[in-house]
Design a protein around this ligand. Structure first.
Ligand SMILES: NC(=O)c1ccc[n+]([C@@H]2O[C@H](COP(=O)([O-])OP(=O)(O)OC[C@H]3O[C@@H](n4cnc5c(N)ncnc54)[C@H](O)[C@@H]3O)[C@@H](O)[C@H]2O)c1
Length: 425
């Protein structure tokens, strides 16, 4: 088998130029590697080749010089992978409407790249998925389409992505990378690839262990968020401020990690990934009860938040949800980003509309959402303002001063709770 370091026009081909693929391309390019991004959307490819980025974490000012120097290029042509030493797959892994894993993006990418595999290639899957995907789903597709044998002719590994959109204290380079191959040689080849661009690489013994590592990380978050969301609902009945309790518990320097309650889970990972494990576990006659319970509590939060808005309008303004004008502040799934995937705002807005409310939204990062355009921030023009995502550019003191009834699901109004106008989760 030829070494990964053998000279090729590209060092790495990244399949999927999204939230994960783009920071990856940047990290490898900045480490002196030549990267080709392969995507199925021609407009995305054309924009990248003009140096224009559609991913906020990789601004165009960063991308452009890397494209101009030839370090990054993009294509829709899968035959380019032949010219790369290693191939990294970072395509979506959503759920079906029945909350079952949808591996169709991985399968399509595998079928498209397989004819261009050659002896000596390293293929690494980064998309979040259940244990066994790399070996049982990806490997047969690659072998069938290439006529090559994984392990004997090409290396195959899983290395979960840990991108956290909007985070600036850790980057792809400084976030440790977990790597596990279908055999020892594959683990070593993948570890060597990442060591060239990432500060710390942690190897595990199998691809399955690496796949489960990623799911554990996300399930840990989902379960702990569910715990504080349940506590928030109890605190509402007991008239205790859950935010004060979480903040106080977080002063313990050991044995406690702080998670915040909120209107529900959002993003491409935490709301979806745990179900990948729950689905796979059923094959082993096993129920992942923590996953199911956390999902139940977190999925109920938009309904609980609707009832809080209803109470606030009732007690604060003598109004019902039906016929009220409600402004939702923040529709991205977390502060200071433009990503609306799985955002709890969408569910809440639909629930409020179904209850007869006239809903508008304001989000400085999201100009259009759910058939609406972002409204000006005029709290005084609404019966109720609901703070769903606490973007840092908004002056919440001003929102409280100008608004009539404020319902705050993020503790954004802390310190501005004037005159009993604010109702908090
Ligand atoms: N977004 C995150 O914060 C994050 C974090 C960690 C892990 N992940 C995981 O990484 C994977 C990718 O997520 P993402 O957020 O980058 O998705 P994304 O939707 O932002 O990007 C995926 C890209 O892949 C392209 N694509 C789809 N099918 C393709 C195919 N067959 N061939 C080539 N390109 C194809 C799409 O056009 C898109 O540009 C998922 O499994 C996700 O769970 C995401």
């Amino acid at each position: 088998m030829t070494a990964v370091s053998e000279a090729h026009p590209y060092d790495i081909a990244v399949i999927g130029a999204g939230y994960v693929g783009m920071p990856h391309a940047q990290t490898f390019a900045e480490a002196g590697k030549r990267v080709v991004l392969v995507d199925v959307v021609p407009s995305v490819v054309e924009a990248i080749n003009r140096g224009e980025s559609h991913i906020k974490d990789v601004p165009s000012e960063t991308l452009k010089p890397l494209v101009e120097s030839g370090a990054i290029s993009a294509t829709t042509d899968f035959s380019s992978v032949r010219d790369a030493a290693a191939i990294v797959i970072a395509v979506p892994t959503p759920l079906s409407p029945q909350r079952e894993p949808d591996l169709s993006y991985i399968e399509r990418a595998a079928r498209d790249l397989a004819p261009h595999l050659r002896p000596g290639h390293l293929v690494v899957l980064e998309s979040t998925t259940y244990p066994g995907t790399t070996r049982d789903v990806l490997k047969p597709l690659l072998e069938e389409g290439s006529g090559l044998k994984a392990g004997a002719d090409f290396h195959l590994a899983f290395a979960p992505e840990r991108v956290d959109p909007g985070r600036t204290d850790f980057t792809t380079r400084t976030t440790p990378k977990v790597v596990g191959g279908i055999d020892t040689a594959s683990t070593e080849a993948a570890a060597a690839l990442y060591r060239a661009a990432v500060d710390h690489v942690h190897t595990v013994s199998t691809a399955e262990a690496a796949e489960l590592t990623k799911l554990l990380e996300n399930i840990y978050r989902a379960v702990n968020i569910a715990l504080v969301n349940e506590l928030a609902q109890l605190c509402d009945r007991m008239e205790i401020d859950v935010w004060e309790v979480v903040e106080a518990a977080a002063t313990k320097p050991f044995g406690f990690t702080s998670f915040k309650p909120g209107p529900g889970l959002g993003g491409h990972c935490i709301p979806l990934d745990p179900y990948y494990l729950a689905w796979k576990a059923r094959e082993f006659d096993f129920n992942t009860r923590f996953v199911e319970l956390a999902g139940e509590i977190n999925n109920n939060m938009p309904y609980f938040c609707r009832s809080l808005i209803s109470q606030a309008l009732n007690h604060g303004a003598g109004k019902s949800v039906s016929g009220s004008k409600i402004l939702v502040i923040g529709v991205a799934y977390k502060p200071d980003i433009d990503d609306v995937r799985e955002s709890p705002a969408e569910k809440l807005i639909h629930l409020l509309r179904n209850a007869g409310a006239e809903v508008s939204y304001h989000d400085p990062h999201v100009p259009e959402f759910d058939g609406m355009t972002s409204a000006p921030l005029e709290p005084e023009a609404y019966d109720c303002v609901a703070i769903v995502t606490n973007h840092s550019s908004i002056d919440y003191g001003d929102v409280v001063r100008r608004g009539h009834v404020i319902v705050d699901f993020r503790n954004a109004t802390k310190g501005h709770e004037i005159g009993g106008k604010v109702w908090k989760l």
